[in-house]
Design a protein around this ligand. Sequence first.
Ligand code: GLY
Length: 390
Amino acid sequence: MGNECLVEKECITREEVKEALEFASEQIIRNLGEFTDQFQNAFSENGFYKPIDNVGWTTGFWTGEIWLAYEFCGDKRLLKAANSQVGSFYNRIVNKVDVDHHDMGFLYTPSCVAAYKLTGNLEAREAAILAADQLIGRYQPKGKFIQAWGSMEDVKDYRLIIDCLLNLPLLYWASKETGNDKYQEIADKHIHTALSNVIREDDSTWHTFFFNKETGMPNHGATCQGYRDGSAWARGQAWGIYGTALAYRYTKRKEYIDIFKRVTNYFIGHLPEDLVPYWDLEFLRGDAEPRDSSSASIAACGMLEMAKYMEKEEADYYKQTAKKIMKSVTDHYSVNDYKISNGLVLHSTYSKHSPYNTCGHYGVDECNSWGDYFYMEALTRLYKDWNLYW
Ligand code: GLY
């Protein structure tokens, strides 16, 4: 099973996890002055994040990092800052500021669901339920999927993206909280549609998948942020890994374990020597292409989650793989000097333009906010029996 180079690698130890969480928590506390009333941008520039207002799809990760640091060290400055950001998320959803897209889960789970679970903050609960309402407003009954971006009427926007799997825990949480099944029914349908279409025969994945607007029938896959149509964008594959683990957590559908194994083994089989992927899994060791360290941490979180539901031998394999990946990320990619960066993990790639894709070019070989968040989440999962925000 998996990649030969894994055999030789060492697992991160509990002491190393603790040290990494200590540095990360100190770095987050150091950042509170600049990033309490404002948020970190999605990506750093020359290693440093700039402040932004609460817009875009990534601001929830910064609040989530503050919550994870608070869980680790209990510093009250963190509690105060994270709770004050909940107010910003509440205002954002009430006033519908930049919420016409599917990323309500990325925004509201690590910020507001976390706040409610950790402190019982009722403003956070209300904000997260409103965000779930906003998300189900993007459901396309013909086709049975949540549309990612753009106008709900436009043929050219009639598609789902693999990333959306991480937005769905918000819907399961909202059903449990409100007693209304409408949220989880839509999540169940979306997962079924997504996983029936985005996984290719060789177990790599499409980033996005279009449907026929008139009939709802699946039409074709296409990349946006991968190198080309038909290649495997590393982060899309990583969203697939964590997404199928969460899909199984909430639905208990056995076939999702098999899908998890397929997409995860493909990912592992396409890692370079140090277990941190190039931004697209098409690239091979030695290629002069940047890495995407965020994919490594996202995949590790997915492996640690799915290991909970597997037989011992398989669970051990995925847990150990996650520990080896996190050893490499911590030793070779994490920031260990605040003078070189105000982030946590270097060498991520947000969006790299190629002649064959449709995305812009930014955040290449930089820190990014979800890379930092999932790094902390993976370490937290390794440090203690963690009660998920997702
Ligand atoms: N969800 C967008 C990305 O992973 O870049």
